[in-house]
Design a protein around this ligand. Structure first.
Ligand SMILES: [Zn+2]
Length: 244
């Protein structure tokens, strides 16, 4: 059997020690490689991971074409930390509860089933998950930033139309709860970006020097995040977050 050639973009970096492969939601394959890696070595690494790559692409293909707005009905796809789940809904239960059960986000409604009731239950569940995940990831990111003289700030969730996160002059983070739907490495990028702003408030060269040190692969992570902005369904948000 002759396998189809896989198209991929190579990004070399002096900071990388090993070859890493990323498959993006638009099905593009990106190879992150050390400077000294030859094309043959990279091609071999891609071949070795071909099955994994095909699996990732099948996963992303399964939710094309992209949904416009969620309808909050059973079977619909929703996301948590970059994974897709199907909605499963049960009505007239003892209490309203939401949780992940295998491949499903299970919504138990106390009331009768309606898109509004599902939306309400999901929204408050996502907010709770966002609070928990972002608090944990902020601990991780703050540990990285401690050696650069940045202390862990407090944060608030805010459903900001066009932004993933921002920080106030007083050193307070505002984070978009929609972040809990993207992969955790993208969440870390947003947090590190904002933490770097606590040292350098603009996007000047010093800011980027610090970000480079905090997260050497931030450029490709930012790209992944931008692709997720296109994949995520527009729910309670009027527009999709873009800026990190
Ligand atoms: Zn910024």
């Amino acid at each position: 059997m002759t396998a189809m050639a896989l198209d991929y973009a190579i990004r070399r970096s002096s900071r990388r020690r090993t070859i890493a492969i990323q498959v993006h939601p638009d099905l593009a394959i990106e190879v992150l490689a050390p400077n000294e890696s030859g094309d043959g070595e990279i091609a071999a690494a891609v071949e070795r991971r071909r099955r994994w790559i095909e699996k990732q692409r099948a996963f992303f293909r399964s939710y094309h074409p992209l949904p416009s707005a969620p309808r909050f009905v059973a079977g619909e796809t929703h996301y948590l930390l970059g994974r897709q789940y199907q909605l499963r809904i049960a009505e007239r239960m003892p209490s309203t509860m939401v949780g992940v059960v295998g491949e499903y986000i299970e919504v138990l409604l106390r009331s009768a089933n309606s898109p509004e009731a599902v939306q309400r239950a999901l929204r408050s569940w996502y907010l709770g998950e966002a609070k928990r995940v972002l608090s944990r990831e902020l601990d991780v990111a703050s540990k990285v930033m401690r050696k650069h003289g940045v202390k862990r700030p407090e944060f608030k969730l805010r459903e900001m139309g066009g932004r993933w996160g921002s920080c106030t002059p007083s050193g307070f983070l505002m984070l978009n709860p929609i972040l809990v739907r993207v992969p955790v490495h993208c969440v870390r990028y947003v947090l590190l970006h904002e933490l770097c702003h606590l040292r350098h408030h603009d996007h000047g060269p010093e800011f980027y020097r610090l970000l480079d040190r905090a997260l050497p692969e931030w450029v490709s992570t930012k790209k992944t995040l931008e692709r997720w902005a296109e994949v995520l369904p527009i729910s309670e948000h009027n527009s999709l977050p873009r800026d990190g």
